[in-house]
Design a protein. Sequence first.
Lengths: 557, 82
Amino acid sequence: MLSTYTYPRYAHHRPAEIERPGEVPRHPVIVVGAGPVGLAAAIDLAMQGTRVLLLDDDDTVSVGSRGLCYAKRALEILDRLGCGDPVVDKGVTWNVGRTFYGNDEVFRFNLLPEADHHRPGMVNLQQYYLEEYLVKRASDLPNLELRWKNKVVGVTPAGNGARVEVEAAEGRYALDADWLIVADGARSPIRRQLGLDIEGKVFQDRFLIADVVMKADFPAERWFWFDPPFHPGQSVLLHREADNVWRIDFQLGWDADPEAEKHPERVIPRIRAMLGPEREFELEWVSVYTFQCRRMQNFRHGRVLFVGDAAHQVSPFGARGANSGLQDTDNLVWKLKLVMDGKAPEQLLDTYSDERVFAADENLLNSTRSTDFITPKSQVSRDFRNAVLTLAREHAFARSLVNSGRLSVPAHLTGSALNTPDTETFEGSMHPGAPLADAPVRHQGRDAWLLAHTGHDFTLVLFVASLADIDAGTREAIRSLADAAIPVRTLIVSQLDGDAPAGATLVVDHQGVAAKRLDARPGTAYLLRPDQHVAARWRRLDAAAVRAALARATCNA
Amino acid sequence: MEHLNTRPNFGRPGQTPLHAFTPGDDFYEMLIETHRGLSDEASRLVNARLVLLLANHVGDLRVLREALDAARAGVASGESAR
């Protein structure tokens, strides 16, 4: 098969532990699995100043395009980790989705992103590129050690951490970890070895996925067919990737033979029927997959923390796999750091599980609904699906019922125990638990983005008309919050430019977009968590209220 | 159409969903769940009963006339759902 991509082979070294049997070095955090989620966890921890060891059983990136669609929230997290630009630059930004039924186009949608966000709604990029960029970022961080070809073969949890048995080409060795982050994928050998349940629904269907290289003038759009003439009775998806590579998904049905269907002599005629006899193309990668919609009961087991596919799996319709995994680590790492530093009790890590289980359930619900629509499992279900499709061309209500995957959007953690409920009235959707909406601002005379000035730490976003609004009491509040054990830095969002007071950063809301999205007036203050979710908000700043909300958001109340 | 509303209209009074697609998806799931475990014949009966219940609720014959016409439009006499 053709290759547009050269897989890197990362160097691996003889682990020093093999020379010293009997010694078991202790690490503050070990992350298992250098996929996108494990890499993001390790990078985030290292950026927070924690020494972290990342172990992977392979020495290269993901084979095949796999996780393809990265949604806005994932891109914002990658921005925080310093990897957003290469992903967006290399990726294919798309907005238009077209839906066909039989021979006819029934409707098209446009994800046309709301203006004034740094990142688009969705970018397509082969998973191997994302991993390559994350590996490069990881290698720039001095307190992050990445060991390739070091396979974890056993985990023994203990009260104060876990013993990890590792197998390298040169032999076996043991490590102790205070905390273990498990990002070893859907099959998760560690989850299995520990005998932990993961429950849900198996979908009895098979899908053929092919990366096809071709020069095509198709626009960068998502094309989805229900029951097309070239693949009757099933669904087909066409999606653009980087480098003139196209993703084609064929629904095959449960009775298909997964091995036989992978052979080029079976795959090529399917693609030729779709693209027509004239089109030249080459196969790059082919796989046949099934999927499950399921999650673990609890993502935390003492000092062993599960993230990404190891903790939850969804159907691929709706791009909720890698996207939700990145949100897992976004949620987990700041909490783990506070606990490791003795600044928050271990219960804070239970809220990682609570919040991400809530998000996983939302992802499971949406991806299950999409799957049920795409692959109806009874005659009546098929009748309704086809009725919707036949009405969709003419009637708007039916178009909104066509469900070939809902855009992956982050969960609003509205029920979280870490939120301080509103005591005043706000319009819009930036309620406690919401991920902060981005907005264009100016910083030191240059164009900037609101989100880029938040994250990593707790941030107090304080809206003012001008710096004249900041009196001595406010300055003192800003200083005392910055100097607290868990520091809160202040971001002043002003209508007019000026010099920020000590301990604060100032951005100018020159278009008023930030104030509009956050329903802010002069005096309005938002407390943001390190993962950019809203913890609390008020119409006027009261340092005692901020301290109380901070305590609540860190289980210190 | 003068009387029949074919704009997206699912929801709960007084509630604004975070995502516009959610109420429609909620309904669709309720609809499919209602048929779970039924034979095709039993499902046809349930669907016919459902049409009658909703038609009575709508009541307005002008709306029902338009709905019946819209449902029938483009469906050939021998057509079956694929």
